[in-house]
Design a protein around this ligand. Structure first.
Ligand SMILES: Nc1ncnc2c1ncn2[C@@H]1O[C@H](COP(=O)(O)OP(=O)(O)O)[C@@H](O)[C@H]1O
Ligand SMILES: [Mg+2]
Length: 254
């Protein structure tokens, strides 16, 4: 079954067509990767999917309903969560408090009630703390709960970001370069965690430069080059495509 269906989307920044008439779909329960050289439009694509940018043309359907044109919080509430290429954790907050922020997109009382300490927020706060602890436990980082988030290692901060996205109880996760800046062991750890997330029934769309990670965990791969989709296939087929090889040999930092 198709969970996310992207049809003919385009996005222009002034004179630059950053996404050109891109279509693809993501099957429920699968891991799909988006790869391509720097500047190919991968983050722009994620910003379109999560509602941070509006497409100039095309449609995006999630669970069979159009989501393009909806604000980010509504898309998140429907079950589409994301992480960012550049880590965005709150400093002066503990790891678990950062994870709890993720729960608030789904909470009944909502983020504002939580901040204002309205009556209903008390009980809910406890539930949210418990849920955040469960997610951290699932990812093997429960022992970091009380540490100041930004004092932790880069790999640990990336895992906290993943925890925060999972705390929203998503149907689908968008991961923008989750292994960027990680060493080989940390990359292997993240790969293992992404597979566990998928095994929990959460569909994953991942942007990643680390080819061995992408080839190992993805069911399908979309290749973008200068905003255009040049391939969309299973990993083994992608590795053999002359167009894809040309794009990768032609660049320094993929
Ligand atoms: N907000 C923006 N305004 C103008 N240009 C942008 C903006 N965001 C991205 N771009 C440009 O769009 C192109 C695609 O960028 P991006 O989506 O970040 O690529 P990738 O994530 O594949 O490296 C780049 O040329 C980038 O400079
Ligand atoms: Mg990017």
């Amino acid at each position: 079954m198709v969970l996310l269906d992207v049809e003919n989307i385009s996005k222009r920044f002034g004179g630059l067509l950053a996404i050109k008439d891109v279509s693809f779909s993501v099957a429920t329960g699968s891991i799909k990767a988006v790869i391509g050289p720097n500047g190919a439009g991968k983050t722009t694509l994620f910003n379109l999917l999560s509602g941070l940018l509006l497409p100039d043309a095309g449609t995006i359907a999630f669970k069979g309903e159009p989501i393009h044109g909806r604000p980010p919080y509504q898309i998140a509430t429907r079950g589409l969560a994301r992480t960012f290429q550049h880590i965005k954790l709150f400093s002066n907050m503990t790891a678990i408090e950062n994870v709890m922020v993720g729960c608030h997109v789904r909470s009944r009382a909502g983020f504002l009630a939580g901040m204002l300490h309205l009556p209903r927020a008390g009980q809910e706060e406890k539930e949210i703390r418990g849920r955040s602890r469960d997610v951290m436990d699932f990812l093997g980082i429960a022992s970091l709960a009380g540490s100041e988030a930004t004092s932790l290692s880069y790999g640990q901060q990336r895992t906290i970001e993943l925890a925060r996205a999972l705390a929203a109880d998503p149907v689908m996760l968008l991961l923008d370069e989750p292994a960027a800046g990680l060493n080989m062991r940390e990359t292997a750890d993240i790969a293992r965690l992404i597979l566990r997330v998928r095994d929990r029934g959460i569909t994953v769309l991942i942007v990643e430069h680390d080819m061995s990670l992408v080839m190992n965990i993805s069911d399908e791969i979309v290749v973008l080059s200068s905003g255009e989709k040049i391939a969309d296939d299973k990993p083994a087929a992608i590795q053999k495509k002359p167009d894809v090889i040309r794009v990768y040999l032609g660049e320094d930092d993929a």
